[in-house]
Design a protein around this ligand. Structure first.
Ligand code: HEM
Length: 512
């Protein structure tokens, strides 16, 4: 399942610093269901460039009304944090339990931290003499600005997961996470012993990221009702004893929903708007200044912002993905991401969509709704990945995943957090984010980017007072200038009468 065809990336099978000694293998969510068993020719017909899944020149109506484009790449980034199969074969059947997952099946950013400062020292900035390592290494671009991934002399990115340099946007998102970690280090430096600084910053970064997955990403993708149901009533289909694993129904079908969200082209900043492939393919090369992403085009950074939308979650895939430039296979159909997904499903003997729907006790889509009969697919059988996309289209007009896809994605992502004793959901379920945020109701991806210093807000920020805070310490962390405590005092006079008396839990407006 490598994105790089012949140049497959082989990672480490042992991850020191991770809660588990090994990264593990894949598994099945529905181990007793029979396999779909499709003719490969049919799958190629369905997924090839110019075939029924090719979006062609579809226009505005294919845009999602609710999901900004940035979430496509956050979704891809989450995928690269949890699952990587560079070894299974498309030519034969694979047993999930014999296929190694080269990522820890946890949402703990091993794509960013690698195996930690000791085992992956090349990912980290050299500390001052006598100080322990705390910050991640950030690369400089052609103008010497710290806006690129660190790279070796060949231009190859030095990062925990090579796939995060596969297109410009996910590559820049990785830079944003590196900067986020480094800002957190500065933010807590005065109140944290030097020997604990790295681990404490890493925990804070992970927990804010996990919060965003639970409170922003999942509600957008599967619906708040499904998230609430899984959290309140528990998982029904994704079960594990001890360590979590990545089910193939998730990695090979449901979580590949994101491929349908990809747009043909993106507005990157005021200068650059271009096709994702080949124009914005990073080419695994340094990112020039003119291509630095302006995140206002991808997330709702400001109240009046206008980020471009992702495409609807439906059975149409952008043509640029159906002839991927970084796959060196001479056979055109093997460069189509849709064909790869469909063949991969076959090679893992996935159950077909309708069969999973009935195992979940939900009404399956009809053959008319699926529209596969004309291609020659057997009645009542659709490939699971295609089924899940069609279900989103039929049940929610492509605004979110449907009954089967939504349940699989929610159960697995929440299960990965519940099964990780270091995650906030497992370790401290009542925890709430405390880093500064804008006036969003909760800490969001936009807040993460603003805190990381890669996006500028123009709306007032709010901050929840923590034990030990003073107006001076808050002013120092926001402005780097203690004397600006007066600005914060002035902006909050309705709730602070004595500037020496502020209380944990108070929500303060932080003026710009
Ligand atoms: C932005 C453009 C993207 C490109 C070019 C891309 C490309 C690819 C490729 C080439 C593969 C391997 C296919 C195979 O051989 O089986 C893959 C796998 C995968 N993709 Fe994407 N992808 C993109 C975005 C996304 C998004 C947005 C998501 C989810 C939200 C996603 C989820 C996955 C998953 C779960 C896998 C399987 C990973 C594994 O286990 O190794 N991808 N993708």
């Amino acid at each position: 399942m490598t994105k790089h065809g012949a140049t497959s990336h082989r990672g480490t099978s042992h991850v020191p610093g991770s809660p588990f000694a090994k990264t593990g293998v894949f598994g099945r969510m529905f181990p007793t269901l029979p396999s779909q068993d499709f003719d490969n020719e049919l799958l190629v017909e369905l997924g090839k460039k110019g075939g029924p899944m090719d979006e062609g020149n579809a226009g505005e109506e294919g845009n999602s009304p609710s999901i900004p484009a940035g979430f496509t790449f956050l979704g891809q980034f989450i995928d690269h944090d949890s699952t990587f199969d560079p070894t299974s074969s498309l030519e034969r059947q694979n047993d999930p339990e014999a296929i190694h997952n080269f990522r820890t099946p946890l949402l703990e950013l091993d794509s960013i931290y690698g195996s930690g400062p000791e085992a992956s020292p090349f990912l980290y900035a050299r500390p001052e003499r006598g100080h322990p390592v705390a910050k991640l290494l950030i690369g400089t671009n052609d103008e010497g600005q710290p806006d690129d991934l660190p790279r070796n002399s060949e231009g190859v990115a030095l990062i925990g997961d090579p796939r995060n340099d596969e297109n410009l946007i996910v590559s820049q998102l990785h830079v944003a996470f590196l900067k986020f970690h480094n800002q957190v280090v500065d933010y807590i430096r005065d109140i944290t012993p030097a020997s604990e600084l790295f681990e404490e910053a890493q925990r804070i970064v992970r927990w804010h990221y996990q919060w965003i997955i639970v409170h922003e990403f999942l509600p957008l993708i599967v619906g708040q009702d499904v998230v609430d149901d899984v959290l309140q009533h528990g998982r029904q289909f994704y079960r594990f004893h001890g360590e979590p694993f990545i089910p193939v129904e998730f990695a090979v079908a449901a979580y590949r929903f994101g491929h349908s969200q990809v747009r043909t082209g993106y507005r990157i900043n005021e200068q650059v708007a271009a096709r994702l492939f080949p124009d914005l393919s990073s080419g695994f090369e340094p990112v020039p200044t003119e291509k630095v992403v302006d995140w206002r085009n991808f997330f709702q950074i400001t109240a009046d912002g206008n980020p471009q939308p992702s495409r609807r979650i439906d059975s149409k895939i952008a043509s640029v993905l159906l002839d991927l430039p970084f796959i060196p296979d001479p056979r055109p159909e093997r460069r189509s991401l849709a064909v790869l997904n469909l063949l991969r499903g076959e090679s893992f003997a996935l159950p077909w969509g309708q069969r999973v729907a009935s195992a979940m006790g939900v009404t399956a889509l009809t053959d008319e709704e699926l529209g596969l009969s004309d291609l020659g697919f057997p009645p009542g059988r659709a490939p699971l990945w295609f089924y899940i996309l069609k279900e989103a289209e039929v049940q929610h007009e492509g605004t979110r995943l449907g009954a089967v896809g939504g349940r699989i994605v929610a159960e697995v992502l929440l299960g990965l957090l519940e099964g990780d004793f270091k995650s906030y959901l497992c370790h401290d379920p009542l925890w709430k984010p405390f880093l500064p945020r804008t006036d969003h109701a909760t800490f969001t991806m936009a807040d993460l980017l603003i805190f990381a210093g890669v996006a500028n807000p123009v709306i007032p920020r709010v901050y929840t007072v923590q034990p030990g805070d003073t107006l001076r310490s808050i002013a120092r962390s926001f402005y780097g200038d203690e004397s600006r405590w007066k600005d914060i005092f002035e902006a909050n006079k309705d709730q602070i009468s004595d500037p020496n008396l502020i209380f944990p839990g108070q929500t303060l407006t932080i003026p710009l």
